[in-house]
Design a protein around this ligand. Sequence first.
Ligand code: B12
Ligand code: SF4
Length: 465
Amino acid sequence: MKVLFVYPDINVKGGALSYHFGIGSLSAVLKKEGHETALQYLYGSYDIKALLEKIEQFEPGILAITSVSFQYKYIKKMLAETKNIHGSKIFTICGGPHISLAPQELRKTEGLDAICIGEGEYPLLELANKLQSGEDITNIENIWVKKDGKIYQNPNRPLISDIDSLPFGDRELFNYQEIVNSDYDRAIFMCSRGCPYSCTYCCNSGLRGLQEGKYVRFRSIENVLAEIKEVISNYNVKYIYLNDDVFTENREYVSNFCIRYKEEIGYPFELNTRVEHLTPEMLQSLKDAGCYRVAMGIEQGDEKFRREILNRRMSNEKIEAAFELTKKAGIRTKSFNIVGFPFETYDIHMETVKINRKVQPSSLVVYVFEPYPGTPLYDMCVKNHFIEEDRQDMDFISRTDTTLNMPDFTRKQILKCYRNFAWRVYRGKSYKKALLHKIYYSKYGELLIRLLSPFKKIVRKFAMD
Ligand code: B12
Ligand code: SF4
């Protein structure tokens, strides 16, 4: 069976192409079982032509689309447009975090035949096998099918317990060298699936309950290193990014990983973590292994708000200590921040500025809050009438504008806070960083990013040093 994957990555801020772990893994499993796969990466502005051409040329039996929430409006448009041209010949299925947590979209989406809830490797394989042999496809676990106006809703299978048993992601499907080049020569990897926490704005809070079994699963160090070795020998890579939700959950794993990574790989690397996990010993072994940057979520600086609204229970003291320890270990820091949460106000937001000013991260990222269906904060927004339904469909770059309508923190205020955030953090501390971030987050930032794209490595070096 020929399966054409679609990775919609339309209107994303930052100007970097990206690899998709989910599609990589699905494709590897299908290929291993003899199916043929191809990819249409939809990047930049919405343009259906490339997809139509690819369909024409590849003639897939299945169109397999991945979804995050703000891409869904484009997916709907795309399905309507492809269906009109190709009739009912191609079976269309959508998976990924958005559809897994908003399965009701199946009924409402024209041209969509099925959805996959949760992990898709074995459900999609079963679907491809059954479509190929002409068997009934209405009873596959994790897959809901829409047929003759009826929805066949199936139960979910347990989570894959041994994730080492999966083949390495299919990077050949992507134009992988181009992706590495566009992402500052970094190749990204994941050593785990799932996250032990349940922050109310994050999809992990909803995804963890979809399938039975242990939600947080780590690959063996052996398995991760083997994949890294394969990638660095096939592509021109300078840095490694461990993009796990939380890489540092298990101290022993981190310590053993660092020892072996240093011996067998040795490339400079960066990772994401939670402030609670960092100890001087862990930071020392990360540093010894070549870790040059640790990224940590602050998200909101008001301790009470963070605990009660976001379900993030770390203290400000802990955050400050983690940044301090990391700097002491000689590792750069990066903070993640969000503005525009439900019930946030200007004063509460200024606490985020305050704590960032205090810890002075080497770099920072700030986003505007986006409510994802299936998360507690989405429900809170609906319950309090903060979501403006029609703004959801507007064409704006994800996490750079708000869809919330809150009397105590207006859209105008939120956008102003978003644009001035980094300036406020670095002003008076580092004018270079303050200025560069001010430009980056300005109204014209996105255009500038694209124009400066050929020189972005120089700009980033200048901003971070
Ligand atoms: C790594 C990561 C990235 C990486 C790589 C993207 C990727 N998905 O591989 C990068 C940095 C590129 C990225 C970008 C973005 N991300 Co991101 N990312 C993650 C993270 C931390 C892990 C995802 C992952 O790799 N999981 C492991 C793989 C194997 O799982 P998976 O991709 O979900 O795929 C499995 C299933 O979902 C399913 N499946 C997926 N697609 C399909 C399709 C079909 C047909 C089928 C049958 C099954 C299926 O099967 C796959 C294999 O089991 C998640 C958090 C999380 N825990 O999910 C956030 C997450 C997916 N990201 C999120 C967001 C918002 C973004 C951005 C919009 C951010 C931005 N503004 O730039 C972009 C959007 C990119 C895009 N167009 O999809 C949100 C999405 C929330 C939502 N409902 O919309 C998440 C859930 C985090 C959160 N805040 O809750 N991200
Ligand atoms: S720690 Fe990060 S990945 Fe985990 S639930 Fe919270 S926001 Fe999501």
